[in-house]
Write a protein that binds this ligand. Structure first.
Ligand SMILES: C[S@@+](CC[C@H](N)C(=O)[O-])C[C@H]1O[C@@H](n2cnc3c(N)ncnc32)[C@H](O)[C@@H]1O
Length: 218
């Protein structure tokens, strides 16, 4: 484990999965990241999971594989229009409403609630309806302001041992296309960049949870 100020690079060992829990490849995130997210979901008996940033639903499907197997629920959120804080490089990711979540597989729909929100309004009550959450994956607005706002909004909605994961905290290119997630991570009291993927996890407790015993046969 390497220390970098408040942040650590942590290598955790994820056991090979049974074939039915293999992630499906997704152009927005690589296989190692998908494995980590599925791994996180597998620690809770009936996981309640929140994803910010549905896009077409590639990551949603992968997490839903575990969530549905465990009888849990997954809420995935996207926006009806680009938030004013959204970094320029991310603007092309905002899809027309009819396309958001278009790849979500029908077999998972019963364990998924898909929400489309107006980013200019207070939509926290819509997310609070399904709280508290065991796993939260931040992959929406990657601006510093946007992530700070989302973290603050979700603070009262997380379970005591919630695993909070941020996407794109780490890049293999310099300069990083967006630096909001990294800046937010650097402010957090103990946070970890996992296995040199793009994913970061907040708090030591979350990290320890990831090293525990999962609830599905892997
Ligand atoms: C990087 S993509 C998400 C990729 C998706 N998680 C996947 O792996 O397939 C970012 C998405 O976040 C959405 N988005 C932007 N701002 C958001 C916000 N404040 N809340 C939720 N989603 C947001 C964008 O419309 C876009 O679909």
């Amino acid at each position: 484990m390497n220390n970098e100020g408040n942040m650590y690079h942590a290598s955790i060992c994820i056991p090979p999965r049974h074939w039915c829990y293999e992630p499906t490849d997704n152009i927005m995130a690589d296989r190692a990241e998908m494995n980590l997210l599925m791994h996180a979901c597998s620690f809770f008996p009936k996981p309640k999971v929140l994803e910010l940033g549905t896009y077409k639903g590639g990551t949603t499907n992968n997490m839903a594989k575990i969530v549905s197997a465990l009888g849990g629920h997954l809420v995935t959120v996207d926006v009806k229009s680009c938030p004013s804080t959204l970094p320029e490089v991310q603007r092309g990711e905002c899809l027309p409403e009819s396309v958001v979540g278009c790849d979500i597989e029908d077999k998972y729909r019963s364990c998924i609630t898909q929400l489309l929100v107006d980013p200019a309004e207070d939509y926290s009550y819509m997310l609070a309806e399904f709280a508290p959450y065991d796993v939260i994956f931040y992959d929406g607005d990657h601006s510093y302001e946007g992530i700070r706002r989302d973290l603050e909004m979700l603070k009262p909605m997380r379970n005591e041992d919630c695993i909070e994961m941020l996407h794109d905290v780490w890049w293999d290119v310099t300069p990083p296309p967006v630096d909001g997630p990294l800046r937010v991570m650097q402010e957090q009291p103990k946070s970890y960049i996992l296995n040199f993927t793009h994913i970061g996890v907040l708090r030591t407790g979350s990290m320890l949870k990831l090293l525990g015993v999962p609830n599905v046969a892997l």
